[in-house]
Design a protein around this ligand. Sequence first.
Ligand code: SAH
Length: 566
Amino acid sequence: MPRPVPAIVILGNGSLATARKIQQLYPGALIHGLAERVDGADRVYHEFGATLRQLYQHDTPIIALCAAGIVIRTLAPLLLEKGAEPPVLAVAEDGSAVVPLLGGLGGVNVLAREIAEGLGVAAAITTSGELRFGTCVLNPPSGYALGDLELGKRFVSDLLAGETVRIEGAAPWLAEAQLPHDPGAHLAIHVGSAEREPVANELLIYPKSVVVAVSAEVEDLPDAIRDALHQAKVAAQSVACLLASDQLMASPVLREAALELGVPLRFAAAGSVAELAENAAGQSVSIHADNGIAIAVAEQPLDPLLIGRPRGRLAVIGLGPGAAELMVPAVKAELARANDVLGYETYVRMAGPFRSDQVLHCTDNREEMQRARHAFELAAQGRSVVVVSSGDPGVFAMAAAVLEALHESTDTSWHSVDLEILPGVSASLATAAQAGAPLGHDFCVMSLSDNLKPWDIIEKRLDLAAEADLALAFYNPISRSRPWQLGRALEIVARHRTPETPVVLGRDIGRPGQTLRVTTLGQLTPDQVDMRTMVLIGSSTTCAFPRAEGGDWVYTPRWYGEKPAS
Ligand code: SAH
């Protein structure tokens, strides 16, 4: 398993040089810098506490260049809630001290040593077992899993108290440890994939050397797998992955079973379950096949990333209007896991920065169907693909194009892709929020672009929506190739509205240089609007009043007709 890439968090320019040195140790790691304090960070954040807590909750390893106390106080409210935690380290601004704080079992001491070596200092390791034995016995390398943490803690404290230990099975990483070996010892570290009852004098470590191949027809799959493992006397902790044939890729039964068992799910070209399992395990020592479940045990731990391929994923995401704070957390997480990012170049750049292992496919804004098909081709290979839209992907953007491409396709590998649409804050809502609540009652959203629909239908909808006294939100109001349409649209609206009707113009909302302007229908002319503008036109009840800090609030009341008694 590759280690997750750490985030380097800094509060001021004074830490930048140290942060860059650490960054060189971790390709792809981003430097998060406090807004207005740090120039040239990879990511800008506004609130230290919220940023640190979010990283922690997403299990991102944290390297914070600040006082240890600040980090402790910031994360304290989260510490009791969480079982497994990511490594968290405090590093002195000038690189003179490296202090592992949390995540002893997540490898914080390994990180601390690496960073300290990179900075030419000694890491402040405080873990007694690690100090004594030179390795954390409870933190085996990837490919191995510790049986029981609580038993393990007792075991290590017995060792620290002076007991000796014998090692059963292959534990190559312990060769360098300074353990007090004794073949006749009472304590034993046992490494093996066979099912074994835990006992107090044994530290069980399971190599992840088992592949379980399944066919979805099996009922109560997780239980059936546990039973099959038990029958074969193989430890569930040693399962490296579940494997099934490509045809079962979209099966929710398999997906849930893998989740419940906490193992990755991989797919390979069709074959019997026994063949699947055996091919995957390579130099397998044993095979057990029964009732659609086959278990293969290899001699060495297996890397699930090298077995078959995962189900591909395609997420169509909305970035929101532009500002990072308005991007939903699910979208941020999706961008972090993406292998490929597709979209109009401006939006792809807005979604960044990206790690060097992420592939960007920037295209022209008009090639939507081609982009959608390309996204499926990539996802069908098992990659994790993101298609980016600004605002919300379902509002005049990529989600509909992606679904259209899928609907037209008979390719089962496309239909097997794990497709998800993740929403964003649409420009009309972001603009409305800044102006007050102009869309506070019924409203109608329209694109004035006649690229993909006849102008007649636009006129008809405008006329009816204006007649119905809906507030109006215009996307794509004008462009160089569509110069006259907005003027015509305003004429139609003016048939049903007074010239005093409030109008809100939001340009580049949530982006650098944003402007918000409140005017009236009578004063609005097309030259005040460009393709980066959102046009909101009030209904007959929309009103405006001055706000203390200058400018106006605009809102449409919740009621219609007579104001209810309050
Ligand atoms: N999916 C996008 C809309 C794409 S259509 C969304 O949900 O917001 C593009 C139009 O959206 C532009 O012509 C403009 O009218 C509007 N728009 C997009 N981003 C905007 C922003 N930041 N500020 C104002 N208008 C914006």
